[in-house]
Design a protein around this ligand. Structure first.
Ligand SMILES: Nc1nc2c(ncn2[C@@H]2O[C@H](COP(=O)(O)OP(=O)(O)OP(=O)(O)O)[C@@H](O)[C@H]2O)c(=O)[nH]1
Length: 461
């Protein structure tokens, strides 16, 4: 007799130790259900999970094959009253927020082991609590470090898709999600598995319309399993973070359609983690937006600067910018050579071949001269058919060679007209204390002299 008792106590100790060493909730349920199955002399044991909606859902049963031949009362249980009405022997599995779920089995003839079963269920509740707490703590820690990573990455990431590419997999891991979608400015940016974009857009629109102030929601119907957290900055809504889970946390062993509806796929703690991530994402997206706008602004400023400095017909410097540079160079006492050239008999060319041909000749000459100049020389259109060249340095021989080279390259170019096109050039070298107007007077005079001496030539003044 005492031998039987000590064997029985040994067994109990062994069972308790087994429950305490289970590594995951599923492992724990399996072990507990197997033990109960023995105690109930082979009755089917079912585990019901209590959802946040207070509904019950059959999550596991032992033996597994019995799911096929389960008593229909097992399947139709949706709430505690159903459980009681089914006249099952019920045990509560306690969790951190009250009853986490129930274990039930058909009553047995022998009531003796009930005390033992209660002890095992109590131990299982505690182990479950610990396992869940450990796993949740690890996930929260993971989220915290990914959030820090996101804030470090903000400057480097260039788009919402880039954010998802870099962080999507880790977030799926932490949230035990199958996919993530970011809804922003009417577009859906997706990572992993998720309901179709059309279904998501439709549900989000309906939801926003009905609940404009909600910041968290579980979508249902075709988007069941989607947890949507609002992305908002300073109370302005930017969009939604959607986490998608295809299965509730426990595998759905019973494919019973009536049980599939109105399930809660997400735990309250996961929902608050989603809100934390949504807050960070709203900031990251705003930062992206600002950096994009800054980039656009820089580009627009550059474009405006270029437009303000450029002659629209020839794309070389305009008069305003040419004057500005001459002013700057004289003020900084930088030595340079200034050339002014004018197309000879341009009025006749215009009159003979038309204004459009005249325009083309202006463009061709700009192109030819630019090609002839060094990279640190500059060409500006002074007005009409008059141009100015600014060339660094005051070597008279080199400047004269440059001017003559320009004359020759224009003279020798095959313009698409029968008349010869030539230019006349006046040039000058800067002297200490020269003012811009003195330089301009000298080149103007040089050019005038070149014209009066027969055109297509160079005069230095
Ligand atoms: N096609 C075209 N013609 C222009 C432009 N700007 C000025 N002109 C023309 O350039 C011609 C300049 O004529 P003029 O000042 O008489 O000088 P020119 O005929 O070249 O005579 P010289 O300077 O003595 O050789 C005028 O007919 C202007 O209309 C332009 O942007 N496009």
């Amino acid at each position: 007799m005492s031998g039987t008792l000590s064997t029985s106590i040994d067994n109990l100790c062994h069972e308790l130790a087994l429950l305490c060493s289970s590594a995951s909730p599923m492992d724990l349920f399996e072990r507990l259900a197997k033990m109960l199955h023995v105690y109930t002399q082979g009755k089917t044991v079912a585990l019901y999970r209590r959802l946040s909606t207070d509904e019950l859902r059959l999550a596991y049963c032992h033996p597994e094959e019995s799911t096929l031949g389960l008593p229909s009362s097992f399947l139709t249980v949706r709430c505690y009253d159903d459980l009681a009405a089914a006249e099952l022997q019920i045990y509560e599995l306690k969790g951190e927020q009250g009853v986490w779920g129930y274990i039930g089995h058909p009553p047995t003839a022998c009531a003796e082991p009930n005390q033992r079963i209660k002890l095992l269920v109590t131990m299982a509740s505690q182990r479950l609590h610990l396992l869940k707490a450990e796993s949740m703590a690890a996930r929260q820690f993971g989220l915290k470090s990914r959030r820090m990573q996101l804030s470090r990455d903000i400057k480097r990431l260039t788009s919402i898709d880039d954010i998802l590419q870099h962080h999507g997999a880790s977030w799926c891991d932490i949230f035990q999600a199958d996919g993530i979608v970011l809804a922003y400015q009417g577009e859906l940016h997706c990572f992993g598995k998720h309901p179709s974009k059309h279904q998501l857009s439709k549900q989000l629109q309906t939801f926003c319309w009905q609940n404009p102030h909600e910041e968290l929601v579980e979508l249902n119907g075709s988007c069941q399993g989607c947890l949507a957290a609002q992305l908002s900055v300073a109370s302005a809504s930017l969009g939604w973070l959607l986490l998608f889970r295809r299965q509730p946390l426990l595998p759905d062993l019973i494919a019973h359609s009536t049980l599939q509806n109105s399930l809660s796929y997400w735990m309250p703690l996961e929902a608050s983690m989603a809100l934390e991530l949504a807050d960070d994402l709203a900031v990251a997206i705003t930062a992206l937006e600002i950096s994009y706008l800054n980039h656009q602004l820089t580009m627009t400023n550059q474009l405006l600067r270029d437009l303000a400095h450029t002659d629209t017909l020839t794309q070389c410097w305009n008069r305003y910018y040419t004057e500005l540079i001459i002013e700057e160079l004289t003020q900084s006492a930088t030595p340079f050579t200034l050339l002014m050239f004018d197309i000879d008999d341009f009025k006749r060319i215009n009159d003979t071949y038309g204004h459009a041909t005249g325009d083309n000749i202006l463009r061709d000459i700009t192109h030819l001269v630019k090609k002839t100049l060094r990279s640190d020389d500059h060409l500006g259109r002074w007005g009409g058919e008059e141009f100015i060249v600014i060339s660094k340095g005051v070597d008279q021989g080199a400047s004269s060679q440059l001017a003559n080279r320009l004359c020759r390259c224009v003279e020798e170019f095959a313009f698409p007209i029968t008349d010869r096109v030539t230019i006349s050039i006046g040039f000058t070298l800067t002297q200490p204390d020269d003012q811009p107007h003195q330089l301009l007077e000298r080149i103007d005079k040089g050019m005038y002299l070149a014209k009066t001496a027969g055109k297509n030539q160079v005069v230095m003044c």
